[in-house]
Ligand binder design. Structure first.
Ligand code: ATP
Ligand code: MG
Length: 354
């Protein structure tokens, strides 16, 4: 297959980890006779430096006509005081919104060689394999009004969802459960919130169409607790924007380093934006020490979710696992054994294991 991929390296470690992911993708393309065509564009501080704005129109247009987008990371102290950078809706949120990416997928997979880097007990995290499906374009983060009132003495935020918005993310949850182990946990706060009662209604309606999926409803407070006490009970978790934001950061602790975690933001037709969960890590940028695995695993998600290349995606994930099992890792992983390598060498080791 021939695929057009937009690369947005962005800032900080973004470019270093992107190089690693590109090398891995090219190796996979060679092996499976695909042709991946990469086009690089600017976003974030890099775009501010070059064009004066964090999200140039040209970047938006290129992403709109590509098969998928890979993003490194954006932001950093250099641009903290730049007015244009203070408007997130013009950067990362802007590109997600303009592409209509309403579902954020965050797998939390415990690599067995890394279980000791989790602060939780090994028997709790070993073998845990969860996919969090978070709604990305609605809820409290986007509802209006959102403002101070009464001369600053009261405040209002708005939690708004349409039935359609709930339906499409819930469907994504069911579809994901079908592709995995057939269990879906819907997380809400239906004992208090009207939006959650509608959410629960939609989940129960949709469940009729997926008889093979086992559905469970869980209140968000209970879900937060169970993620820590018994994470292995979960397969797919589907939830709204705010709950998903909090739970996915919580779940990331299960697997050790921030540098390991991939994410995808997708819509119904498969177009998606893939990025590591971590930020631009300005403290270690330019030193060839950043962990490229979050970015490399994000590109595996791209192959799976945007291109339908399940075998190729699994091959990358297996190669990552084998590389870690062989003892190679970057300095962020505190494994007390094996050999610490740099960003580019880590990517090379993964390629050798393909
Ligand atoms: P953002 O606001 O963009 O999410 P952040 O403040 O959450 O950023 P990160 O940039 O994610 O911060 O970095 C948090 C810490 O994790 C830093 O010490 C950074 O060096 C480290 N870190 C992040 N990504 C990686 C990586 N790929 N490899 C190694 N260390 C990393
Ligand atoms: Mg962060």
């Amino acid at each position: 297959m021939r695929k057009q991929i937009i690369m947005l390296p962005g800032d900080g470690v973004g470019r270093e980890i992107m190089e690693g992911a590109k090398a891995v993708l090219n190796a996979v393309a060679g092996e499976y006779h695909h042709e991946f065509i990469f086009h690089e564009h600017a976003i974030g501080g890099d775009a501010i430096d070059r064009y004066g704005i964090p999200l140039p129109e040209e970047t938006v247009k290129a992403c709109g006509s590509a098969d998928a987008v890979l993003l490194g990371a954006v932001g950093g102290p250099k641009w903290d005081d730049v007015e244009a950078a203070k408007r997130p809706e013009r950067g990362l949120l802007g590109i997600r919104k303009s592409l209509g990416l309403f579902a954020n997928l965050r797998p939390v997979t415990g690599f067995s060689s890394l279980v000791h880097s989790s602060p939780l007990k090994t028997e709790i995290v070993d073998g845990c394999d969860i996919l969090i499906v978070r709604e990305l374009t609605g809820g409290l983060y986007f509802g209006t009004p959102s403002e101070r009132r009464d001369g600053g003495n009261s405040v209002v935020d708005t939690l708004r969802y349409t039935r359609l918005e709930i339906e499409r993310i819930v469907e994504k949850g069911f579809e994901s459960a079908m592709m995995r182990n057939g269990r879906l946990t819907s997380v809400d706060k239906a004992n208090v919130l009207e939006s959650s009662r509608m959410w629960r209604e939609v989940v129960n309606e949709k469940a009729q169409h997926y008889p093979d999926v086992e559905v469970e409803h869980l209140l968000v407070d209970a879900a937060a607790m169970k993620l820590i006490t018994n994470p292995k009970q979960f397969d797919v978790i589907v939830t709204e924007n705010l709950f998903g934001d909090i739970l996915s950061d919580e779940a990331s602790v299960l697997t050790g380093s921030l540098g390991m975690l991939p994410s995808a933001s997708v819509r119904t037709d498969g177009v998606g934006l893939y990025e590591p969960v971590h930020g631009s890590a300005p403290d270690i940028a330019g030193q060839d020490i950043a962990n490229p695995l979050g970015m490399i695993l994000s590109s595996a998600m791209m192959l799976r979710h945007s291109f339908g290349m399940e075998d190729e995606a699994e091959e990358i994930e297996r190669a990552v696992n084998d590389t870690l099992e062989a003892g190679f890792h970057t300095a962020d992983l505190d494994l007390k054994k094996g050999r610490i390598v740099g960003t580019q060498e880590m990517a090379k080791k993964v390629i050798e294991n393909l």
